[in-house]
Write a protein that binds this ligand. Structure first.
Ligand SMILES: [Zn+2]
Length: 319
């Protein structure tokens, strides 16, 4: 039997849904502890059982029913782990043991257990069943009466794909309720062999999100050394050491307007200016990130080092 049968934690399950780009919503905040664990085991898990329930267009009522169960009929909730609405959204109904699978035919269960459900035909169970499927299978209820919407069907495929992927199972661990017991007909309108093939195709393609990701933002235009130099020179509130192309070092006091550079005989065309602190700035890892905050932090630090730089260059000329 490939894969692991240790039940997924609630966190592992939602992480699997996220990985596969499946939209999900808790029906109530305490879904992760809403279960029937007091009534029996919830594992080892061997597969996903697929159901449909209700009728078109009444998803809200159906969600409440699946959460609460039907006490008058001796069916306490939760009645599944997940519900899939017409828009293909997964509603988290419970986690742990849920009352959805009843008894399963032992031959059918053996196929699920050993990852052997067929991709070319549906299984016709011979018996009502004797295996506790609530122990061994996760179950979803797709909320439709006759035929799933396309969005709903997509999630009927991707949800078991995500769970099989998380467990290391193949699509051949996915079974329809009617394949598990001879007293059920759900999920109606869906050939299970085709659903398994679609799950297999999804697994082969891998957990890419169903919704296309936005196009990547264009790469930021690289900041030229000259541009960074001018940013240093015009930074307010601190002195800067400027080394001209000819090697002349000048300390420029805080607040010096850019026009003053011309009056000082300093080059103002970026391509003609070299600032010694620029090299130090480039050497700092923060500056190399080229993000505004990082550059600013590096500038702040370098502002306190200007005197040292001037000394090191040994060509200061105060103005
Ligand atoms: Zn069912």
């Amino acid at each position: 039997m490939p894969g692991t049968s240790t039940p997924l934690t609630a966190e592992q399950m939602t992480a699997a849904l996220d990985l596969w780009g499946i939209r999900w919503k808790p029906y109530r905040p305490d879904w992760a502890t809403h279960n029937r664990n007091s009534a029996g085991a919830s594992g080892p898990k061997n597969g996903v059982l697929c159901h449909n329930f209700g009728s078109e267009g009444r998803d809200v009522d159906q969600l409440a029913y699946l959460w609460d169960g039907d006490l008058a009929r001796g069916m306490p909730g939760p009645l599944c782990q997940w519900a899939i609405d017409d828009a293909g959204v997964v509603w988290l109904i419970g986690w742990g043991r849920a009352l959805h699978g009843g008894q399963g035919d032992p031959t059918s269960y053996g196929l699920m257990l050993n990852d052997l459900l067929p991709l070319d035909r549906d299984v016709v169970p011979a018996t009502f069943g004797s295996v506790d499927m609530n122990t061994h299978a996760y179950g979803y209820e797709a909320l439709y009466g006759v035929k799933p919407t396309q969005a709903q069907y997509d999630t009927m495929v991707r949800l078991p794909a995500a769970i099989c992927h998380a467990h290391g199972w193949t699509a051949r661990s996915v079974m329809g309720h009617r394949e598990s017991t001879n007293v059920r007909s759900d999920p109606v309108g869906v050939p299970m062999w085709r659903l398994r093939r679609d799950v297999a195709a999804a697994l082969a393609a891998g957990p890419t999100p169903a919704t296309p990701s936005p196009p990547p933002a264009p790469a930021p235009k690289p900041v030229t050394p000259e541009e960074e130099t001018m940013r240093l020179i015009t930074a307010p509130g601190r002195p800067w050491a400027i080394l001209s192309a000819s090697g002349t070092m000048t300390i420029v006091p805080p607040g010096t307007p850019a026009a003053t550079y011309t009056a000082l005989g300093l080059p103002t065309t970026p391509g003609q200016v070299t600032v010694a602190v620029y090299d130090a700035l480039r050497a700092s890892s923060e500056a190399q990130k080229a993000d505004a905050a990082g550059v600013k932090a590096a500038i702040d630090r370098l502002g306190t080092q200007v005197g040292q730089l001037a000394t090191a260059l040994d060509k200061p000329r105060a103005v």
